[in-house]
Design a protein around this ligand. Structure first.
Ligand SMILES: [Zn+2]
Length: 390
């Protein structure tokens, strides 16, 4: 509920004027509030909690707060239109800010001490920043269709089937991937990752980010994920493809489009369930591995400022990949808990079908390893245990 959000976000000591076209909400919080409170909000059971919270939040404000209801159909009030436009821009800016990778976080912090500095900022500066964020978050259509084509071609190569464009976008809503992974692919499909060319027209020190210092070439997402000489990059793909080879019966040859379109890949199998398991394994392993490579690249370039002495050892890269995938298996296991997740719970079969053929010592595993929390299940756990024992 936007009102609650506004009350929470705006500094309590500052006046807040809420304009809403939700007549019911406005009434409940103002003229009808006492009536509802006297009844303990029991007359509106479905929304009682949220209204109770909103009232508490609004009461905790020390500055003046007003709530005004404006009919949706009212036209010609310039201020309202402006407010709507600003609200949309702010929402976009917030989204852009949330989506920022470690890289942009660093550039943003120089002018963006969260919230506090806004009052001191001149309107012109604020306008310029919003405009900059806006331009950056509005994907370029040509870039989008190029990346979508790459995804279609790559998925066709991997599976024999070309996903439709709508299918690619729809598949991005999958719950199989975390929001950051989905956002990573979404940006990729829009050609909106800020790398390489993006920095070319900027002043130093950002300009230097356009080039990969390891390889002395323009850095693109393709370079980062598939060409860079960083040994961690090749190693992580090796681990992922070893696992997928066991699962699919053949070794995939991913390219950049495979990463952007991984959620839309479907596989033939003896039965539906098995096919679904393959697709799920594919999307999880491809996405998680690519994202890990990207994270390591950001650590190297941003956090460690291209320090030549900073390298991730093969051992560390391996253990980070294993930790990522085994962490994902652990999440899957937890999500099958029906008591906790109710109808949102993941099917036991789905989980077993996803990981089957990729786990260590599967011969020794009971089919229902999911329900034995003590059983260590994972990828690469056998080797680690042997090392620990020896
Ligand atoms: Zn490179």
């Amino acid at each position: 509920m936007a009102i609650l959000q506004a009350a929470r976000t705006v500094d309590k000591g500052r006046p807040l004027h809420i304009v809403t076209n939700n007549k019911r909400a406005a009434k409940r919080l103002t003229t009808d509030r006492k009536k509802h409170e006297d009844l303990g909000w029991s007359d509106t059971p479905e929304t009682a909690d949220i209204f109770r919270l909103a009232v508490a939040e609004l009461r905790s404000r020390s500055a003046r707060t007003t709530i005004t209801y404006i009919s949706k159909n009212r036209r010609g009030w310039q201020e309202l239109r402006d407010t709507t436009t600003t609200a949309r821009a702010t929402a976009r800016a917030t989204r852009a800010a949330r989506d920022q990778s470690a890289l942009e976080d660093k550039t943003a912090t120089s002018f963006d001490a969260p919230g506090a500095k806004l009052a001191a900022m001149s309107q012109r500066t604020a306008h310029r920043i919003i405009k900059a964020i806006d331009t950056a978050s509005t994907p370029d259509r040509k870039a989008t269709s190029t990346e979508v084509k790459k995804a279609q071609i790559a998925i066709e190569r991997a599976t024999g089937k070309t996903p439709a464009e709508t299918q690619i976008w729809a598949s991005l809503r999958t719950k199989d991937l975390s929001p950051s992974l989905r956002n990573f692919a979404w940006k990729g499909l829009h050609g909106a990752h800020k790398v390489g060319e993006y920095f070319n027209n900027m002043p130093s020190p950002w300009k230097e980010l356009a080039t990969c210092p390891r390889c002395d070439t323009v850095e693109s997402m393709e370079h980062i994920l598939f060409e860079c000489s960083d040994p961690a990059r090749a190693l992580i793909w090796d681990l992922a493809l070893d696992a997928l080879e066991k699962k699919l019966g053949e070794r995939p040859e991913p390219e950049i489009g495979t990463v952007w379109g991984a959620t839309a890949a479907s596989f033939q199998a003896e039965n539906k369930e098995e096919g679904r398991g393959k697709a799920r394994a594919f999307r999880i392993l491809i996405s998680e591995s690519a994202f890990l490579i990207w994270k390591i690249r950001c650590e190297r370039r941003i956090q460690h400022e291209d320090d030549e002495n900073w390298v991730i050892s093969n051992e560390e890269a391996t253990s980070r990949w294993k930790a990522t995938i085994n962490g994902r298996i652990a999440i899957d296991r937890r999500l099958t808990n029906k008591t906790r997740h109710k109808r949102g719970a993941l099917g036991t079969k789905t989980v077993l079908n996803t990981w089957r053929d990729m786990l260590d010592n599967e011969e020794g595993l009971q089919e229902d390893w999911l329900r034995h929390p003590g059983v260590l299940v994972g990828i690469g756990t056998r080797q680690r245990r042997q090392r620990e024992e020896g």
